[in-house]
Design a binder for this molecule. Structure first.
Ligand SMILES: [Fe+2]
Length: 325
């Protein structure tokens, strides 16, 4: 649906450039309802929490932020906003990288005029609303898969969602790019999808498992990655699923991968998985509690789990008071 009038946030520290862009937009055919100017990224992020905007015109060299990190920080605070880079820098590689970081367009200040700019804004807003629609459908399809796993294993229902939330928060704490954070969250939602190939009575039975049953359970990462391997996610979801029980020192399963052989996303999921699993009740044991879970990952820092991920997880829970829903 095409919105009649647009609210635009202009992030530009150069007063001359800001004046020129304002003039372009005033004389252009495109109806702009509101144009707010921010001279710093921090000012822009404050403006985003105070008003609703359709698009942001973003300079990449601001007093408090430079380059691609500017897009990352902007999109972290407002992932649904159409971001249009408006810069003096004609670097083609930077332009492509900007699009990978989620910008909808990359315009050079010297090359624009009023009509071109206003049309670019309109198209960027439309593309962004289409991206949002597609993304919502993808998330809903993934949530359906989460639901199927939860239905078969009611004792751990909600586990995947909680792991996804914890992993996302750790990734945010580590200042990962927004696209990586999104991928970790969605991978977390289906990290145990391979459990649908394990007989339900094994999953939910109280008491310890036989060796054969344990071997069967250890197959769930491989089964899960086989199920989703042909879906062309824009993130390495099949590897996240395959590797979420691998351990930093090589003692995990199914392939005994070590250190950087394990993708970062899977290493973050592994820490989140252990925190959630230890804090929750299971049919074969009572909950051990969050403090015990945090002490355990601290004890295994640099051994089972990558040190910097453990540090971020501990900071998140102990210093920032993150709570598992
Ligand atoms: Fe698992």
């Amino acid at each position: 649906m095409i919105k009649e009038r647009l609210n635009i946030l202009l992030v530009e520290d150069n007063p001359g450039d800001a004046r020129l862009i304002r003039e372009y937009l005033t004389e252009a055919a495109e109806p702009i309802d509101k144009l707010v100017l921010a001279k710093r990224l921090s000012e822009a992020i404050d403006a985003l929490s105070a008003h609703a905007f359709d698009a942001v015109l973003l300079d990449l060299s601001l007093p408090d932020s430079k380059g691609l990190d500017t897009i990352n920080r902007m999109r972290s605070s407002s992932p649904e906003l159409a971001v249009i880079i408006l810069t003096g820098n004609k670097d083609e590689q930077l332009a492509l990288d900007a699009v990978h970081y989620g910008a909808q367009d990359y315009l050079i200040k010297d090359d624009i005029n009023g009509n071109l700019l206003s049309r670019a804004i309109r198209y960027a807003v439309e593309r962004q609303s289409y991206v949002k629609l597609q993304h919502n459908i993808l998330v809903q399809a993934i949530e359906m898969m989460t639901f199927i796993v939860d239905k078969r294993d009611p004792y751990t229902a909600g586990h995947q969602k909680r792991v996804a939330d914890i992993a996302k928060a750790i990734a945010q704490e580590m200042a990962c790019p927004q696209t990586v954070i999104e991928g970790i969250h969605l991978g977390g939602l289906i990290h145990d999808i391979g459990k649908i190939s394990i007989p339900a009575e094994i999953l939910s039975r109280p008491g310890s498992l036989t060796e054969v049953e344990w071997l069967l359970i250890q197959e769930h990462p491989r089964e899960g990655s086989d199920i989703i391997r042909n879906i062309q996610f824009p993130w390495p979801v099949a590897d996240m699923v395959m590797q979420h029980h691998e351990r930093h020192d090589g003692s995990g399963y199914p392939n005994g991968l070590k250190g950087d052989e394990i993708i970062l996303e899977a290493q973050i999921l592994a820490v989140a998985d252990v925190i959630e699993a230890m804090s929750s009740h299971r049919p074969y044991r009572p909950a051990r509690g969050l403090d015990a879970a945090l002490n355990e990952i601290e004890r295994q820092r640099g051994k089972l789990f990558k040190a910097d991920i453990v540090d971020m997880a501990l900071r998140l829970f102990r210093e920032k008071g993150f709570v598992i829903d």
